[in-house]
Design a protein around this ligand. Structure first.
Ligand code: ADP
Ligand code: TRP
Length: 336
């Protein structure tokens, strides 16, 4: 009997699903889940949300929206293990065990922490750790626990997450070497086609930067968001470059090759920015329409979403419970 490769990915429940989440995580993960040679673990990273915000309403509403997003985009809960991180307490337990064998120096090098320190440096704060919580600092360990708890082989994520995967591999190796060979060393699968989807200001589209284009808002709001994309001062008629252009980069992530080629030609002919945005809006409406319709229907039935997640948690426990027993034994935590 061949053992299926495990593919695992999660989304932090700290905001409304945006185009970056869709192109960088949700759609590729759902596509991969259709492959019968793999088994998929897709989850709501709700404890990760507390790292980014302390607003209980936001964490809660975002969990529902992101659950509905996965389902609307075609996740089949019968086929994949779809769960809420907080329903699997073993993940928190593993986080502690991993914390006790992870070098602090490794976490000092984490991008999220280093960025926060640089911001303090830039604003000339004497305390370089000002406003930085232990949650933010320990974030890569929680993510390692998410992945190792299910012995995932492949972790599809956006480019920005590559470093966390490298850290996970290092932490897993350390455990395997020091205690017992219990963890699979996971591989990141970076969605190369879309890479990092830029947001309204040209930086990575992210809830944290407040520059997102939400997927499931009304048509009007979607259009308004797109019209807010920042462009340079080139006038209609001026030839424009597609490289480094936010509108084009987003367009590219959802368009087929012919559509991309057509827009490229129009750029060289000097398409007006307003017109390019209009083209992006039309394309997104068309590509996202089935998901947007489904989302409207699903989000109304919270009870059904809860049932699906509870079933997912039971399936997840079938894997996390026996592995947790082995982990506890390996570290010397067991009954007499
Ligand atoms: P955010 O940056 O908005 O907080 P998350 O960290 O919750 O988003 O990301 C969830 C998933 O979506 C991750 O796999 C992440 O890499 C992917 N993702 C988020 N933003 C982008 C983006 N702008 N481009 C590509 N993928 C992204
Ligand atoms: N940290 C990831 C992000 O911000 C989300 C996430 C949490 C995740 N745990 C994970 C992704 C485990 C993959 C695997 O994008």
């Amino acid at each position: 009997m061949s053992i299926k490769k495990r593919v695992l990915t999660g989304i932090t429940t700290s905001g409304t699903p945006h185009l970056g989440n869709l192109a960088g995580a949700v759609l590729p993960a759902i596509q991969a889940s259709k492959d019968n040679s793999t088994s998929s673990f897709l989850f709501l990273a709700d404890y990760h949300s507390l790292i980014k915000n302390l607003d209980p309403k936001l964490t809660h509403s975002s969990s529902l929206e992101i659950a509905a997003c996965w389902l609307a985009c075609g996740l089949n809960p019968k086929k994949v293990t779809f769960y809420r991180q907080s329903d699997i307490q073993h993940i928190m337990e593993l986080t502690w065990i991993l914390s006790c064998l992870t070098a602090k120096g490794l976490l000092n090098r984490a991008h999220a922490y280093k960025d926060a320190v640089s911001k303090n440096q830039e604003s000339k704060n004497k305390d370089l750790d000002k406003g930085i919580t232990m949650g933010l600092f320990n974030y890569p360990i929680l993510m390692a626990a998410d992945i190792l708890m299910f012995n995932a082989d492949i972790v599809p994520v956006g480019q920005d997450q590559q470093q966390h995967l490298e850290m996970t591999r290092e932490i897993a190796r350390r455990f395997n070497h020091h205690y017992q060979d219990l963890f699979t060393i996971p591989n990141a699968q970076i969605n190369k086609v879309s890479g990092v989807i830029p947001g309204l200001d040209g930086n990575k589209m992210s809830k944290s930067y407040n520059n997102v284009i939400p997927v499931f808002e009304s048509k009007d709001k979607l259009r308004k968001s797109i019209m807010k994309i920042q462009t340079n001062s080139l006038k209609p008629g001026d030839p424009k470059k597609t490289e480094g252009c936010t509108i084009f980069k987003i367009f590219q992530s959802f368009a087929d090759e012919q559509e991309q080629e057509n827009l490229k030609i129009d750029y060289s002919k000097g398409i007006a920015w307003g017109e390019a945005k209009e083209r992006l809006f039309e394309l997104l409406l068309d590509r996202l329409d089935p998901y947007r319709q489904e989302y409207k229907r699903i989000i109304k039935d919270k009870g059904e979403i809860e049932n699906i997640l509870q079933e997912g948690a039971s399936k997840a426990h079938e894997i996390s419970s026996p592995l947790m027993l082995k982990i506890r034994e390996a570290v010397g935590i067991k009954s007499f």
